[in-house]
Design a protein around this ligand. Structure first.
Ligand SMILES: C[S@@+](CC[C@H](N)C(=O)[O-])C[C@H]1O[C@@H](n2cnc3c(N)ncnc32)[C@H](O)[C@@H]1O
Length: 260
C-alpha cells in the first residue's frame, strides 16, 4: 500500500477515525461485492441493469475516489479497466488488500485524501465514487481534483444520498437516522453536515449548486439518476432510511458528468 497523507483538514482526520473504527463492520458487504461480479449499487443494492452507472464504461484508466473495500474497482478491473483506489482509511484499505489476495486481482491502493490527489493531470479515463468522496469530501475540493486528473472526454460518476433525503433528516438533534416525511433542513446554505456523536462530516449541496460546480470545473452534465428501488427490492440493513420512504422519493442519486 502506498502512502500519501496529503493535505488534511480536521474533518478529514475525523472521517478517517470514523472509517478506521467502523471498517470491521463493512468487511462482509465488501466481500459480497468482490464475490458477485454483477454490480449492485447503494444501500438497496439495486442492480446495474436498473441503474446504468457503467453503461458508457469502456475500460481504460480508472480512479475510485474513496474506494473503501474496493469492490467497485474490482468490478471495473474485470471489465477492461485499470483501476487505482484511493482512500483516507488505512483500515478500509487493509480490507481491500486482503480481498485482492483472496481474489487474485491486484491494483494500486493509495492511502490519501481525494481532495488532494497524488496524480498527474489527465491521467484517467473514468472516475467513480460510491458513497466515498461523493459524500465525505468537500465538493469544492474533490470535484475540481477529479476534473484535473480526468482526460478530456473522461466521465465522473458520483453516487450517494439524495439531496431530498438529507433535507428530511434532523442532524441537529442527532436523529438523522430517521428520515422523516417532512423537510427538516433548509436547502439554501446546505453544505456541511456533522454527526455530533463522532464529529464525522458529510457534504451535501443542492442540485443547482452541484450543476454550477460541475460546469465551472469543465464538466458537461449527462445525467442525474434518481434511484427508485425496483419491485422485489429487499429492505435495507442500513437504519437511516427504509424501503417505504425510498419507494416514494429518491433516497439515493447518481450524477454522470463528462469532461469537455
Ligand atoms: C461507505 S465507504 C464507500 C466505499 C465503498 N463503496 C465501500 O462501500 O467500501 C466510504 C469511504 O470513503 C472514504 N473516505 C472518507 N473521506 C475520504 C477522503 N477525504 N478521501 C478519500 N477517501 C475518503 C472512507 O475512508 C471510506 O472508506
Amino acid at each position: 500500500m502506498e502512502v500519501n497523507d496529503g493535505y488534511s483538514e480536521g474533518y478529514v482526520r475525523a472521517n478517517r477515525e470514523l472509517w478506521n473504527n467502523s471498517a470491521s463492520d463493512y468487511v462482509d458487504a465488501g466481500y459480497e461485492g468482490w464475490l458477485d461480479n454483477s454490480p449492485k449499487w447503494g444501500v438497496f443494492q439495486i442492480p446495474e441493469t436498473e441503474v446504468g452507472l457503467l453503461k458508457e464504461f469502456q475500460g481504460g484508466d480508472v480512479l475510485e475516489l474513496g474506494c473503501g473495500t474496493a469492490y467497485v474497482s474490482a468490478w471495473l478491473a474485470r471489465r477492461n479497466g485499470n483501476p487505482i483506489g484511493i482512500d483516507n482509511s488505512p483500515a478500509q484499505l487493509a480490507t481491500a488488500a486482503s480481498f485482492q489476495k483472496e481474489f487474485k486481482l491486484e491494483f494500486p491502493l493509495i492511502f490519501g485524501n481525494a481532495e488532494s490527489l497524488p496524480f498527474n493531470d489527465e491521467s484517467f479515463d473514468f472516475a467513480i465514487s460510491e458513497y466515498g468522496a461523493s459524500i465525505w469530501c468537500d465538493p469544492y475540493r474533490w470535484i475540481p481534483e477529479a476534473a484535473r486528473v480526468l482526460r478530456p472526454g473522461g466521465r465522473l460518476v458520483a453516487f450517494g444520498n439524495s439531496v431530498l433525503l438529507v433535507l428530511c433528516q434532523d442532524w441537529e438533534t442527532q436523529e438523522e437516522f430517521e428520515t422523516e416525511e417532512k423537510l427538516l433542513q433548509s436547502q439554501f446554505g446546505m453544505f456541511q453536515f456533522e454527526d455530533l456523536a463522532d464529529n464525522s462530516v458529510e457534504f451535501h449541496i443542492s442540485h443547482g449548486e452541484q450543476i454550477q460546480l460541475f460546469r465551472s470545473c469543465g464538466f458537461e452534465v449527462e445525467d442525474l439518476i434518481e434511484i427508485k428501488p425496483p419491485v422485489g427490492t429487499e429492505e435495507t440493513k442500513y437504519p437511516f432510511v427504509d424501503l417505504e420512504w425510498a419507494s416514494k422519493w429518491p433516497a439515493e442519486e447518481a450524477w454522470i458528468v463528462r469532461k469537455k
